[in-house]
Ligand binder design. Structure first.
Ligand SMILES: Nc1ncnc2c1ncn2[C@@H]1O[C@H](COP(=O)(O)OP(=O)(O)OP(=O)(O)O)[C@@H](O)[C@H]1O
Length: 594
């Protein structure tokens, strides 16, 4: 019998409850994202960080609430297959005019996979692939506004674009800044092209808020050419707004969306429209990552896994143990043809590790809550991820059996991993430094020290600062990825090593002072970091102060005083105050390239 042929009131009511659960989620998500504009206007930086943190938790709360409702009202455990199948079809019917259908489908999956057995995880019961098209969904406000510079001239158009954001705070000198925008564009293009009849500038309706910056994102279209741009708006030391830079290279715009940064706050009625627009200007960013960066992590995960399964169908290399020094806590593997690593928490940790599974998971979650300032890789967390058994290299299978037997089960031809983190693959810094020449070493060591300084300013102490816990990206950026020992800076007690009471004691190698659990002695870092002479030379030349307790205590004090540091996800040289000599340098905006 066709699942829809007979009306099933329970299926309809379940579908209705699922739509209501999702709509409640998105309403709260959107209210929080919308508040970002007010917080930006009020310069309420700490509240902005808090809002990003709170937003991460909304989704799971709504899913749990809906699961409970389905159990209470419909005895979800004991429903027959036909009812579930019909619930999905009814749900599709209810999404016909929905503005976030892809997110609602994912919500449906999140709820039903908590109730149904894994054998139901196919397109008959859940959304193994999307059902509703996200193309051309209309909304008010629209996804983007179009401006036609042929009507009023480019200068007036740029000014209007900025003014239309209606920020309730005056600009320091908008005419001057518009002039910088035109000069920077002119320098980028070489010469102004003739404005063709279709010449227009499309601007995403909501600004993108993160930390202390709002980004205006759009593209200019002229004839068949498209020119993407991102314009950064910030507060100066007097609290007046100014345009800080204009990014015109797609790869630089793409760096804004790097997973090692905090998620944006964007007020979106139709998120798929934002993602499609962004894809048109940075096609190299997977849609999954764009959803994640817009704060829609579950959608990002769903799409990531669909992409991975599609890739597995189009490749045949095996999952292997990741190159580098094996972790004491994590078993890390990778698929060479796919740029990610997969991390499983081991059953038993190396003897030097005084931690447990729950603590490790808590630390990984902590990373989602803080500003990752471009220095910590984001992780996607999966439960019960099923991957084809035949693709696991025997050596990796053997390691899984030996080191993490409770972390997986074999179900037919699938290997189901109970708990898995996935993150972008980088070159482990220890491997990179082994191969690097002197100049490359110096660059990487400078980056490494900057990463540690920036993490510290963002209230993160990495705990284990060994080179192997950092990776280097294809853009040469050093990013931290081993979170099992991270702490808030403000929880750590940075101490100087007390002088030995007499010389023999110092030589004996035995400690002559007691050490508390949160005590850290920066002077000791040199022993385990600076073994290689060329690394030592570069480190001492650029980052010697990291070996001093005073540096760490000072940074701690700034955090305690409530100072939220500036982080720029673009090079200092591209800031207008640096590009245009006559622009006065701004106090309180110390250069720290990102
Ligand atoms: N994102 C990544 N890209 C490339 N390689 C990685 C990545 N994450 C981890 N690795 C590799 O896996 C190894 C172990 O990873 P990780 O440091 O996360 O595990 P761990 O068990 O926490 O380590 P430790 O013993 O230092 O605590 C790293 O040394 C590195 O070689």
């Amino acid at each position: 019998m066709n699942a829809l042929s007979a009306e099933n009131p329970v299926a309809r009511a379940i579908a209705q409850a699922l739509v209501e659960g999702f709509d409640k989620h998105y309403r709260i998500f959107r209210e929080t994202s919308r508040r970002a504009k007010e917080l930006f206007e009020a310069a309420a930086w700490q509240s902005q960080l808090d809002a990003v943190r709170e937003r991460v938790q909304f989704y799971d709360s709504r899913v749990d609430e809906t699961v409970l409702r389905l159990h209470r009202e419909f005895g979800a455990d004991s429903l027959d297959d036909a009812t579930w199948q019909q619930a999905k079809l009814r749900f599709i019917g209810m999404l016909i005019n929905h503005r976030q259908p892809e997110l609602a489908e994912t919500f449906f999956n999140s709820v039903t996979t908590k109730i149904l057995h894994r054998s139901y995880f196919n397109n008959d019961y859940i959304f193994a692939r999307p059902a509703i098209s996200t193309e051309f969904i209309e909304s008010y406000p629209p996804v983007y506004s179009s401006y036609y510079p042929r009507d009023g001239g480019l200068r007036a158009t740029v000014r209007r674009i900025v003014e239309d954001f209606d920020w309730q705070r005056p600009f320091e000198g908008l005419d001057r800044d518009v002039d910088y925008v035109l000069r920077a564009t002119r320098a980028h293009l070489g010469a102004w092209p003739k404005m063709e009849v279709n010449c227009q500038i499309q601007v995403l309706y909501s600004a993108f808020y993160r930390n202390k910056t709002a980004y205006i994102i759009g593209k200019a279209i002229n004839s068949y050419q498209e020119y993407p741009f991102a314009l950064a708006v910030r507060h100066n030391e007097k609290g007046l707004l100014y345009l800080d830079t204009l990014l015109l290279d797609p790869w630089r715009i793409s760096v804004l969306f790097s997973l090692s940064r905090a998620y944006f706050m964007v007020d979106m009625e139709v998120p798929s429209g934002y993602v499609q627009f962004l894809r048109s200007i940075i096609p190299s960013k997977p849609r999954s990552e764009l959803y994640t960066m817009l704060g829609l992590g579950k959608q990002g995960k769903t799409m990531f896994f669909r992409d991975l399964l599609a890739h597995l169908r189009h490749s045949n290399d095996p999952f292997i143990v990741a190159p580098g020094i094996r972790g004491m806590v994590m078993l890390v593997f990778t698929l060479p043809s796919y740029p990610y690593v997969f991390k499983v928490i081991k059953d038993v940790f190396g003897s030097a590790k005084n931690t447990d599974r729950a603590t490790v998971q808590r630390k990984y979650l902590m990373v989602k809550h803080v500003d990752r300032v471009g220095r910590m890789a984001d992780t996607l967390e999966f439960s019960c991820a099923a991957l084809p058994l035949s693709r696991f290299h025997p050596e990796l299978l053997e390691e899984l059996r030996r080191l993490a037997p409770s972390a997986f089960e074999i179900d037919g031809d699938m290997l189901v991993i109970r708990h898995l983190y996935i993150e972008r693959r980088m070159t482990p810094l220890n491997l990179y430094l082994e191969q690097a020449d002197e100049a490359e070493t110096e660059r990487a060591v400078i980056e490494y020290g900057n990463a540690i300084r920036e993490l510290a300013s963002a209230n993160i102490f990495p705990g284990d600062m060994l080179w192997k816990n950092f990776g280097i990206t294809r853009y040469g950026r050093v990013v931290f990825y081993d979170y099992d020992e991270i702490e808030y800076m403000t929880d750590v007690n940075f101490r100087r090593i007390p002088p030995a009471p007499h010389e023999e004691m110092e030589l004996s190698g035995e400690p002559w002072y007691s050490v508390g659990p949160m005590d850290v002695f920066p002077e000791e870092f040199a022993t385990f970091l600076l073994g290689m002479p060329r690394v030592r030379k570069a480190f001492l030349a650029h980052h010697r102060e990291l070996l001093e307790p005073a540096f760490w205590q000072r940074t701690q004090q700034r955090i305690r005083d409530g100072y939220v540091e500036d982080f720029y996800p673009y090079p200092t040289e591209l800031r207008f105050c640096r590009l245009f000599a006559e622009a006065a340098p701004r106090a309180g905006s110390k250069p720290r390239a990102g």
